[in-house]
Design a protein around this ligand. Sequence first.
Ligand SMILES: Cc1cc2nc3c(=O)[nH]c(=O)nc-3n(C[C@H](O)[C@H](O)[C@H](O)COP(=O)(O)OP(=O)(O)OC[C@H]3O[C@@H](n4cnc5c(N)ncnc54)[C@H](O)[C@@H]3O)c2cc1C
Length: 424
Amino acid sequence: MKLDRYGQYKPTGPAGWMRRKSREFARTCPFSPSAKNEDALAEALFPDADRHDSRLGRYRSAYVGYAADEGFRDHGSSGGLTSWVLAELLGTGRIDGAAHVVATDPRHDGLFFRYRISRTQDEIRAGAKSRYYPVELSEVLGIIHANPGRYAVVGIPCFIKAIQLLRRDSPILRERIRFTLGLFCGHMKSARFAESLAWQMGVPPEDVQGVEFRRKDPDRPANWYTAQLTLRDGQVAQKDWWHLADGDWGAGFFQNPACNFCDDVVAETADIGFGDAWVEPYSSDGRGTNVVIVRSPEMERLVKTGIEQGRLHLKPVDARFVEQTQAAGFRQRREGLAYRLSWRRPGVKPRKRVQPDSRGLSTRRKLIYRSRALITACSHRVFRFARLIRRPGLYIRWARLALTIYHGLAYSRGRLGAMIDRWE
Ligand SMILES: Cc1cc2nc3c(=O)[nH]c(=O)nc-3n(C[C@H](O)[C@H](O)[C@H](O)COP(=O)(O)OP(=O)(O)OC[C@H]3O[C@@H](n4cnc5c(N)ncnc54)[C@H](O)[C@@H]3O)c2cc1C
């Protein structure tokens, strides 16, 4: 896997490999039309999960809350539960290592984050926080292959699906990867998002030593994201996402194009899935709160024990509650996906659980989905051009304009809003 000119991972290989058909690749690529879908995988993985929801998939229980054991919530992106579960798996001897994403020294190869196998509690804790940055699994899968042991893997939904598809094919991975921990996902960004943060904070990207996409501040609402860059000389620069030209998550800046064809928001094939509780009163609580979906019996036992011991502060919730926390994500991956699938395009035809459909959508919704897709496609290209000619201002001005138009379409009221709503 190598980063392409837009800062996104692409498989490399002998010229023309993409056109050579390979049964193995068709079976194991999470976006392949011939691969098993999330429903089929979950049915085989969690046969006795007694609840099913068209958006959450199969599950046993769902909760809202946080890790009460010291240090996890303070240092986690949301309630710190993902790191808590990893630490508990390791501490109770259920695993020997955890594959997750940690910060690395960009002086080695220009990368800020990569997958690593953590084998101690300290390493697991040091890996906390969400990384909106491209990563890839090949290195850690190689390590798991070469080193017998029991492992857990953390990943966004398409990564966990890839792991489950590989586990079906490989007895070694099936035996060694004992647990999968999914992160809910809105979309994955390219490496250029981190560079854009530097441009907008007025620092040269090559001077950046560390990136924190979501700095925690208990005194501010959890959904007021602040990005922080640490520079080589130890200084820090910060900016709130809403002051960034490309800081509106919903506008789709730097989104990986594959995300346009994803229908899994909550990691339906993971033993347990974690997200942010984006509903009140939780979104106003700057300390961070998770929503959790439990699918496997072993994870259910682990979570229940944690609650009984007072080490997890979790309250049971229903599917409707979890869906509300991810309302925008589900709109984009259901209604939006159905609409995008109805667009004519050459190449591989995606096969999704959502059928192509453009009926019943208002003009405003259609325009939002069209402009979002356009912003995604153009952001990669405009940024690349601005980078080539060393004119950050070109990209930033374009992004501001694109965001203004997008906001006009999405939120305008009054005469403009009425005009958009009437326009058929
Ligand atoms: C690209 C991306 C998009 C997301 N979109 C949404 C969303 O739309 N809605 C929502 O509710 N939540 C989303 N999340 C999840 C959310 O940001 C939190 O990660 C989640 O709530 C877990 O928080 P925590 O405090 O329990 O995790 P922490 O205790 O902070 O631990 C996070 C764990 O995840 C690992 N990790 C971080 N980034 C990655 C990555 N890119 N790939 C694999 N592992 C990683 C870390 O190494 C760490 O082990 C997204 C996460 C990512 C990475």
